[in-house]
Design a protein around this ligand. Structure first.
Ligand SMILES: O=C(O)c1cccc(C(=O)CC[C@H]2O[C@@H](n3cnc4c(=O)[nH]cnc43)[C@H](O)[C@@H]2O)c1
Ligand SMILES: [Zn+2]
Length: 340
């Protein structure tokens, strides 16, 4: 199964830019900025990436954000993230980027956009992996961060070509979703798709809020949806996909153990489940491992895993020919594997 998954063409819909910095990239950035407190030795880094709860995870996440100080850091990170995705046969990824965190720390906004776009184009040409951006509001940073993110996402003079969606991340407790409605309205009016995190660390009412107020088309995590049958039925009926990230939920202690993960409930209820890695090096995982975890939790064979990969293609914001191309690749690969 591991070998099958490793070669399977895939789409990744929920993966964070800074959260994808590999130990090698963290070490390289730390060498560029030696005053940082982030450890560079891989063993110390593994300890550093062990979280007591979600709030601790965010503190550590922001310490890695602090390592990214120049447009060249942004370009390096983005290009290397694409390389890691390509190695896992990821053909298409929607990468969540938090421009507010970088511009607030002094990176010029146009230089930031040029850096991600330059890396996106190079990655597509060199690795064949297509990247698209989701700009997310770091909700806990307040409405100023929402205003900046909405402006950067909608102002034609700065908004990057690869931007397709608008999100909301960070802690959920004490950060009600409805307050972000005007910013999502602006983003949606500008043609962006709505993909907020919801129900990761709070209950199903947050997912309802994301659907009602933010017009969510997919939900980041949505873990607590399992506690509300009516919500599950609504998600299933409207084909609103959940971006499930099993190992992330254990690492941030949102879910106790993998066997307690509600992914089985989602599938039972007919919800469109996609499998994702979230912040892979920080959680000691990668997308291939998340598929292996899902295969075990759901009792899937190779065909079942290929269907999961196709769910991600269906729920992606690719156009129809782009979806058909990856679906065909998945079918060809699976047929060849099963007939070998
Ligand atoms: O950048 C700042 O100055 C700042 C100030 C206050 C709060 C924040 C944040 O809350 C940043 C959160 C950051 O976390 C990212 N992220 C990565 N993985 C996850 C996840 O599983 N669930 C929610 N958020 C996540 C998110 O994209 C934000 O960039 C920042
Ligand atoms: Zn996330």
């Amino acid at each position: 199964m591991h070998a099958f998954i490793a070669g399977l063409p895939k789409a990744e819909l929920h993966v964070h830019h800074v959260g994808s910095a590999s130990p090698r990239i963290v070490a390289e950035l730390a060498a560029r900025h030696p005053d940082s407190t982030v450890p560079t030795d891989p063993e110390a880094l593994a300890d550093y990436f062990t979280f007591t709860d979600f709030a601790h995870f965010i503190d550590v996440y922001l310490s890695v954000v602090d390592l990214i100080r120049t447009p060249e850091d942004v370009r390096l990170l983005t290009y290397e993230v694409a390389r890691d995705l390509a190695r896992q046969q990821v053909r298409y990824a929607e990468l969540t980027i938090t421009p507010y965190s970088s511009t607030r720390r002094g990176i010029d906004e146009r230089a930031f956009m040029d850096a991600i776009e330059d890396a996106r184009k190079a990655a597509e040409a060199e690795f064949g992996t297509v990247l698209r951006w989701c700009f997310d509001i770091p909700g806990e940073a307040g409405l100023e961060s929402a205003e900046v993110t909405a402006r950067l996402a909608t102002d034609d003079r700065v908004r990057p070509e690869g931007l397709i969606s608008f999100g909301l991340g960070g802690p959920e407790i004490g950060v009600p979703r409805p307050q972000f409605k005007p910013y999502f309205d602006r983003a949606i009016a500008a043609g962006l798709r709505s993909v907020p995190h919801a129900g990761e660390t709070t209950g199903p009412e947050t997912v309802w809020d994301a659907l009602t107020h933010l017009r969510a088309e997919r939900i980041g995590h949505g873990t607590s949806s399992a506690r509300d049958e009516k919500l599950l039925a609504h998600l299933a009926e409207h084909r609103i996909a959940l971006e499930v990230c099993p190992t992330s939920n254990i690492a941030t202690r949102a879910v106790r153990t993998l066997d307690d993960h509600p992914v089985k409930e989602f599938v039972r209820a007919g919800v469109l489940v996609t499998i994702n890695s979230d912040d892979p090096p920080m959680f000691g995982t990668d997308l291939n491992n998340e598929y292996a975890v899902a295969a075990r939790l759901l009792g899937l064979d190779e065909r079942g895993v290929a269907d999961l990969a196709k769910n991600a293609v269906e729920a992606s914001f690719l156009d129809a020919p782009g979806k058909a191309r990856i679906d065909a690749e998945i079918d060809t690969y699976t047929a060849a594997w099963l007939s070998a």
